[in-house]
Design a protein. Structure first.
Length: 403
């Protein structure tokens, strides 16, 4: 064999050896485990959330209760702050309270304010670690005619009589009374059964089935900010009050016998001769509630449509006046009618008595005490004062929007 032939044969042997080596299986030391990739592991999942309000949303309704849930990981807390500009051009800041529930989601306990930009900061953890996510949204604007202002007549820290109703008033009519009533909460200690009753589309009251127990602690919460009242209107604010019920003090006025009897804790403490409204001006019979106490006030007949200078007119400064109706009936001192006390009804509708007796009664009666008038043919008209106790319990319950 020539040199050249030997070289070709050698080259062919080397090529075959390389081919066999390339087709051989990898050694166990170099083989990747079954079911895995030889490439790098993927990054751990990052914390992520979802919400019932989309990020950067506009014109969000104010009756929305914001909810945030973790779509990856676990939610720890949510902080919601708002910023708006008032009518004077000043920046107004607000916060929205809420909490994380058993399902792991955060739900707001308050609704939203109009024309406000809210910032939502959600904090949580996931395999990638703890982190915070931030988003914003803006609520719809509302005119003042679309916002109902809420006030509670009962003043925090005050003590009232056993017949004092809880009174919540609105500056505009409420159409969806049920929605509003569902967001009114009453707590009494000790607990007492009671009901809300609408006396108009601008006022709702709460009373217990029977007079309050003396010493009762009452807490009122009107959580109405952002609640829809129907007709495109919403609650403008929320309000609350905490007050106490005092002793049982009940005034009974019998205008048949022309006598007033005052009871304290069920015991009679005074019986006083009085004079009520004359024929044509009869004092209204029914269960009223003492609404205000005025040590001295001016009473003029022109306020009830009678000219001061007419034969039946009057313009007087009156002492120890206790209002029992909005139309102007009072218990008060009336020394000019001294001759009629105990025998004749001779007033323009009020219940008059001597100055000494009026002073005594004025010192006993507290706002919220029941004043029960009887002995006349004129009935107390509904809503003329705080007339909730003029209804039977069944009648009062029927006034509830949830009845």
């Amino acid at each position: 064999m020539t040199w050249k032939a030997r070289g070709v044969a050698a080259l062919t042997a080397i090529t075959l050896a390389l081919a066999i080596s390339a087709c051989a299986p990898a050694s166990p030391a170099n083989r990747a485990p079954a079911g895995t990739s030889a490439s790098a592991n993927p990054a751990p999942a990052a914390f992520a959330v979802t919400s019932n309000v989309a990020a950067d949303a506009k014109d969000v309704p104010v009756d929305t209760l914001l909810k945030v849930s973790a779509s990856t990981g676990a939610l720890k807390d949510v902080a919601v702050t708002g910023s708006a500009t008032d009518r004077n051009g000043k920046t107004v800041s607000t916060t929205v309270k809420g909490s994380v529930g058993a399902d792991g989601s955060w739900t707001a306990s308050e609704r939203l304010d109009p024309a406000t930009t809210y910032t939502v900061v959600s904090t949580g953890s996931a395999p990638a670690g703890e982190s915070s996510l931030t988003s914003t949204f803006t609520t719809t604007a509302l005119s003042l005619k679309q916002q109902i202002y809420v006030t509670i007549t009962n003043q925090s820290g005050s003590t009232y009589g056993v017949a004092m109703p809880v009174i919540v008033q609105f500056d505009l009519p409420v159409k969806d009374k049920k929605a509003f009533e569902q967001n009114l909460k009453i707590t009494t200690v000790p607990a007492q059964n009671g009901s809300w009753g609408w006396v108009s589309d601008r006022e709702v009251q709460w009373r217990p089935q029977d007079y309050f127990q003396p010493g009762t602690k009452v807490s009122v919460k009107a959580d109405l900010n952002g609640v829809s009242a129907g007709n495109g209107t919403y609650g403008q604010n929320s309000a609350s009050a905490d007050f106490t019920i005092g002793q049982s003090r009940i005034t009974k006025v019998d205008l048949g016998s022309k006598q007033l009897t005052q009871y304290v804790n069920g015991q009679s403490v005074a019986t006083i001769p009085v004079s009520g409204g004359k024929q044509g001006d009869e004092t209204r019979s029914g269960t009223s509630v003492a609404m205000e106490k005025l040590p001295e006030t001016r009473m003029a007949s022109e306020t009830v449509g009678i000219a001061n200078n007419s034969p039946d007119g009057y313009d007087l400064m009156v002492k120890y006046a206790i209002r029992i109706t909005t139309s102007g009936e009072f218990l008060h001192a009336a020394p000019w009618n001294q001759a009629y006390f105990g025998n004749t009804n001779a007033s323009h509708g009020c219940v008059g008595m001597s100055t000494a007796d009026a002073q005594k009664i004025f010192g006993i009666i507290q706002v919220g005490d029941p004043v029960v008038v009887s002995g006349t043919n004129r009935s107390l008209d509904d809503g003329n004062g705080w007339t909730a106790w003029n209804d039977s319990w069944q009648q009062w319950q029927a006034r509830s929007a949830q009845a």
